[in-house]
Design a protein around this ligand. Structure first.
Ligand code: PLP
Length: 355
């Protein structure tokens, strides 16, 4: 049952494609959705065969456990088209594995890897025309699993749904990214679910992030939940700090998402001869470096945001601006990653997967 080929996946096509009405020149991030989605149910103790069907509403019972106990996990990845129309994914197995890591932590049955990969390939074949060609745009891929099984008993559901939906998307951030280093609220805690892509991790960030937005920041940089002395990550990005010529980032832990982009940045930096240190980074160290001019750059790294330079940060009612650099590490590394993703450059690391 667990072996499947993309050609075995049944496709139920829509009769009302939205393709012609879509403005691919002016795409926001994750606001419009392609014509089809992949769906796959878990019932009777096994994952059933995935199918492709028109993107549309799904029907759930009010007692479905997703609504009560939040058993919900997701992934985020992208498909890219090169100038010849060839379609590529970037390190997709990392996402497949991370989805199952999240599943395990949320007591959701793990999905056969081939269902995810073959399902995604089949879906991309159907939705090829939804992959934007414009530079800076791509097809954002959202695989997710949630509890459909019923019951008010606080225990794992016995039924789940896996869906892959697609959103042709432009840039995640519209302008400059100013961040607030947060000391009161925490995103995650030791022994918790911070390393999983659990829906609730994001719900818990919305309120503190809104408080930061009200003060003029776009994002929060989370600090560790015990001392609040060390930076961890941002809302949907891992964070890098350049002090003098060294690039620093926090080690992953059970509080931090092990980002695919983060791993790729570290590898490319190494390849570029940039000195990196993966270690706990003190807020006081960043503030001091900002004061004495040693803080050269900060940037976020994530699939949605790619590499997003941080223009400044706030900490305890004080604002610090970062200089605009000509040949920044952020831009150098971003170019290397994007060129690999879009088949403009050699891929010495074997990250690109043609669909
Ligand atoms: C909390 C969090 N940190 C980091 C990242 C970056 O991870 P990746 O590079 O795999 O997209 C994401 C996005 O997936 C995220 O949601």
């Amino acid at each position: 049952m667990n072996s499947i080929n993309k050609n075995d996946i049944k496709v139920f096509r829509t009769e009302n494609s939205k393709l012609d009405q879509t403005d691919f020149e002016n795409l926001a991030f994750g606001q419009i959705f392609s014509d089809h989605m992949l769906t796959c149910d878990f019932k009777d103790g096994i994952w059933q065969k995935p199918i492709i069907e028109p993107y549309g509403p799904i029907s759930l019972m009010p007692s479905a456990k997703i609504f009560h106990y939040g058993q919900s996990i997701f992934e985020g990845m992208k498909a890219y088209k090169d100038k010849d129309g060839k379609v590529f994914l970037f390190r997709p197995m990392e996402n497949v594995k991370r989805l199952n890591k999240s599943a395990k932590r949320l007591a959701i049955p793990e999905l056969p890897e081939v269902f995810f990969m073959e399902g995604l390939k089949a879906l991309l074949e159907v939705e090829k025309d939804w992959i934007p060609e414009k530079e800076g745009s791509s097809l954002y891929i959202r695989p997710f699993v949630f509890a459909t099984g019923e019951g008010f008993h606080a225990s794992p559901a016995n039924q789940y749904k896996f869906i892959i939906a697609l959103a042709p998307s432009g840039a995640y951030f519209a302008g400059k990214v100013k961040v607030l280093i947060e000391e009161k609220y925490s995103r995650s805690a030791n022994g918790g679910v911070g390393y999983a892509k659990a829906g609730g991790n994001y719900a818990g960030q919305f309120y503190p992030t809104q408080l930061a937005k009200d003060k003029g920041y776009q994002q929060v940089i989370w600090t560790d939940d015990t001392s609040h002395e060390y930076i961890e990550e941002a809302g949907a990005m891992n964070v890098f700090v350049r002090i003098k010529d060294t690039l620093l980032t926090s080690p992953t832990s059970d509080r931090i998402l092990d980002g695919v982009t983060r791993k790729s940045v570290l590898k490319i930096a190494e390849d570029e001869g940039i000195k990196t240190e993966v270690r706990k980074v003190k807020v006081s160290e960043i503030v001091e470096a900002a004061r004495n001019g040693d803080l050269k750059e900060m940037f976020g790294a994530g699939t949605a945001a790619v590499i997003s330079p941080i223009s400044g940060f706030g900490f305890r009612d004080e604002d610090f601006d970062l200089p605009e650099l000509e040949n920044s590490y952020a831009m150098r590394i971003k170019k290397r990653i994007v060129d690999i993703q879009t088949n403009k450059a050699e891929d010495p690391f074997g990250w690109r997967v043609q669909v």
